[in-house]
Ligand binder design. Sequence first.
Ligand SMILES: *Cc1c(COP(=O)(O)O)cnc(C)c1O
Length: 420
Amino acid sequence: MKLPFVTLDQVLEIVKTHPTPFHIYDERGIRENARRLRAAFAWNPGFKEYFAVKATPTPRILQILHEEGCGCDCSSLTELMMSKAVGITGSEVMFSSNATPAQDFLYAHSIGATINLDDYTHIDFLNRLTGIPETICLRFNPGGEFAISNAIMDTPGEAKYGMTRAQLIDGVRRLSALGAKHFGIHAFLASNTVTDEYYPKLARILFELARQVRAETGAHIAFVNLSGGVGIPYREDQRGNDIAAIGAGVHKAYDEILTPAGMGDVAIYTELGRFMLAPYGHLVAQAIHEKHIYKEYIGLDACAANLMRPAMYGAYHHITVLGKENAPRDHQYDITGGLCENNDKFALDRMLPKIDIGDYLVLHDTGAHGFSMGYNYNGKLRSAELLLCQDGSVEMIRRAETPRDYFATFDFTHLFDNID
Ligand SMILES: *Cc1c(COP(=O)(O)O)cnc(C)c1O
């Protein structure tokens, strides 16, 4: 059974200060998981996780992960700024972006981030802006389909990211001529994988490529960046990834491919987002309406603006009715938000205990790509983010938006002085 990391009693206490809906994160879970990841790759002295900031762009979360040895993987100017603001700069920042604006490259350069080039043409683009740094990364796209044991995981050939093998090898030559000395190779070939085989398979592809690049260009390969894509079990019946087995699988590939090639100094980097945070976040909402028409509906005070994944991808998020953890799931509901969009449903035909108005519901696994994908459609305001600290106390790490925030980007804000 999937159980929340907060109880009804805790939530009843929290809502005295912080009304629903809110996102809440579990500091202990985040730290313990980060330590498991580090232990799984401890065999590689240069190992580093660059947390994918886009998954949970919240300063306090970045700080906690930094204390556990993680850096930041940024995809935009403001993510770079947030990283710098919490004191994460230089080689602790990876900048993996695409269709990158000039000002983003300039800022990444100014804080000493390692730049991961998405395309061959970005070499000259960057060179004109800042020159080429000594350490630089290139993003690879092998094209075609990416399969593990005959199961197609994704189709890189349809993805906009990265460069071809020929471009990558040419790119390393051109970058060397422009002054680069140490190279990284990066690829992201499948998202939310729930198999221990993904990283080892990807590592084999990138280690072979690294060996060929070295052989053909003589360039020093300093690191291989396995990027994100290690998933989590959103469904109750799924088995989670075993990060120790994943680390061991990458180790085996390393010993078979890189070590014999005299490349035993290559560091392994990861840019995990979902794996680092998703299970350690909940969206907590209250049932405020029930409706009986052709189906049974429960209306929450949260909506897709707080958690977009179900509406956008039809994604499954497990739901617990707090205080009814052990009650029989003998009622079938659609659980909805209040957007004027019929896809604003957190769950379809879900079997749950009988829900009463006023019940608190936990939507599980919202710690990554949850709050961060929020938006303001229908004038809905973003919720607060809370941290359940290791000592059991609750810290507000982002306040909820107010109507004034919503109006702040108009230049006639004074017209709204009377709205309260
Ligand atoms: C989104 C993203 C990640 C993180 O992906 P997860 O699925 O959250 O692990 C890492 N690197 C890059 C370049 C990304 O775009």
